[in-house]
Write a protein that binds this ligand. Structure first.
Ligand code: FAD
Ligand code: MLT
Ligand code: ZN
Length: 477
């Protein structure tokens, strides 16, 4: 077997799947939860962005931690490599096999276990879809502390395993703060119970953090305990037009100062990005055409107070000329419409054909410089369609995307490693929120020291000595 388009990656010394293995899986899950028909397996081999394709012959769909434990123990004893998969919305090729790894899907591990309405702690299985959790919580007066465009498909276990960021991180912080506990199964089948539901618990090493953001390389997350904030009483969204990136920066800083505790999102997109959404997805730009756009959201407990704050902020931003134009919404359907203009960017770009996707953290002063620089570099290439920048400016996280009709080697070589060298020179991160997955292992050293990488290898050896969990991902060779 060779990895499609990645001939330099060699298959590890793992066993090949046989009928005997399939029989064992069927003895635990039955035939209906052991998928072997190539037509059924196909979708699990291809990632959301259609950038990588694995060659697995089997998908397993456990329902319980005990089933996961039995499967992993067996795979470890038999030296079968496995690929944990949640909603398969990951953007770095981590969620699909590279060769013939056994896919373990959490799609049937979708039970909500408990919600403590006093503390707001939700405990659920890893395969719960983020949007389903949000709907359940809204009926009880709470929200999830994270939100992202993939909410309709991604699983909370996938979110935890990628340490997903998204559009609420600015307000509620990263999952390293809001996830209070996890239950995970090690490669050898041992269940690690770190499912604390306490906000404060300094009893020894904080082991849950090993599973937050380790992208299925250290264990398979089976349950999550997460701290959920109360539903805000009032939500307002402002969609703004601006003339320059300098104005975007000034507006984001004054939004933080003037909207303070009610600011819940601070997002930006340039006009090339908005064009992908309006042209490719048929969404209408609700304001005039401008070089840059911002989406700000406030969430608070007193509608009048929040609106007064937002209006005062907008008045001063418009009178100073930092914001040229804007529209504000406070009713749910209009809010949802404005959010689509930002949340559906990834989908809009995919319609161009192929997307070269970069997700970088940069110092705010240099947040946008790379976008025009890159556009200039690519201008002469015939396959090049679009170079755009958007992202979570409130968190210093830029999404730099380049599109073409199809994958092109020359274009690829013009972009990489330039983008990583640029980011490293500015002491940024080559992966702000999407992770390393399969696509970025070669570039992790741009953001991680040798000593950190050595320690990562040591931890991997300790938890997964045979290296069966999501091989070819995260760790460089
Ligand atoms: P998958 O894609 O299935 O898997 C992701 C990784 O986690 C893989 O390495 C997989 O092996 C591992 N994994 C999955 N489940 C488990 C488990 N139970 N135990 C151990 N390992 C597991 N990401 C952001 O951070 N912010 C965003 O704003 C954002 N927006 C997005 C918008 C769109 C439209 C799309 C398509 C993606 C977006 N993403 C974003 C990326 C992606 O949605 C997130 O990384 C998400 O957390 C992945 O969840 P998933 O269930 O789909 O995981
Ligand atoms: C986003 O913020 O829209 C997501 O991270 C997806 C992407 O980067 O395209
Ligand atoms: Zn993002």
């Amino acid at each position: 077997l060779t990895a499609v388009r990645y001939p330099e990656v060699k298959r590890g010394n793992y066993s090949e799947l046989t009928d005997r293995h399939i029989k064992f899986f069927e003895s635990i899950l039955g035939k209906d939860r052991t998928l072997t028909d190539p037509a059924d397996v196909e979708a699990y081999n291809v990632d959301w962005i259609k950038m990588v394709r694995g060659q697995s012959r089997v998908v397993l769909k456990p329902k319980t931690t005990e089933e996961v434990s039995a499967i992993l123990k067996y795979c470890n004893d038999e030296t079968l490599a496995v690929c944990p998969q949640g909603g398969n919305t990951g953007l770095v090729g981590g969620s699909v096999p590279v060769f013939d790894e056994v896919i373990i899907s959490t799609s049937l591990m979708n039970q909500i276990i408990s919600l403590d309405e006093l503390s707001g702690v939700l405990i659920c299985q890893a395969g719960c879809v983020l949007e389903a959790l949000e709907t359940y919580l809204s009926e009880h007066g709470f929200i999830m502390p994270l939100d992202l465009g993939a909410k309709g498909s991604c699983h909370i276990g996938g979110n935890v395993s990628t340490n997903a960021g998204g559009i609420r991180l600015l307000r509620y912080g990263s999952l390293h703060g809001s996830v209070l506990g996890v239950e995970a199964v090690k490669a050898n089948g041992e269940v690690i119970d770190c499912l604390s539901s306490l906000k404060k618990d300094n009893t020894g090493y904080h082991l849950k953090h090993l599973f937050i953001g380790s992208e299925g390389t250290l264990g398979l997350v089976t349950k999550v305990a997460i701290h959920c904030p109360p539903s805000p009483k009032a939500v307002n969204v402002a969609f703004l037009g601006l003339n320059s990136f300098d104005d975007v920066l000034k507006t984001s800083i004054s939004a933080r100062r003037k909207l303070g505790e009610v600011l819940s999102s601070c997002e930006m997109l340039d006009h090339v990005t908005l064009d992908a959404v309006t042209s490719n997805l048929n969404l209408r730009n609700p304001i005039g055409e401008h070089p840059f756009y911002m989406l700000l959201e406030t969430s608070g407990s007193n509608g009048e107070h929040d609106e007064a704050k937002l209006n005062a902020f907008l008045e001063s931003s418009m009178s100073s000329g930092e914001v040229l134009d804007g529209t504000v919404a406070n009713e749910p359907s209009r809010i949802q419409y404005l959010w689509q203009l930002r949340e559906r960017v990834a989908e809009g770009l995919v319609h161009d054909g192929y997307v070269f996707k970069y997700d970088i953290s940069l110092p705010l002063k240099e947040f946008y410089t790379i976008v025009p620089k890159m556009a200039e570099r690519l201008a002469g290439n015939k396959k090049f369609l679009r170079c755009c920048g958007y992202g979570h400016i409130g968190d210093g996280n830029l999404h730099l995307n380049i599109t073409s009709k199809e994958f092109d080697h020359d274009l690829h070589n013009l972009i990489e490693p330039f983008v990583f060298e640029w980011t490293s020179k500015l002491k940024g991160s080559v992966s702000a929120e999407h992770g390393i997955g399969f696509k970025k292992t070669k570039f992790i050293h741009y953001s991680k020291s040798d000593s950190s990488l050595n320690m990562m290898h040591d931890i991997k050896k300790l938890l997964d000595p045979k290296g069966i969990l999501n091989p070819y991902k995260v760790l460089p060779k």
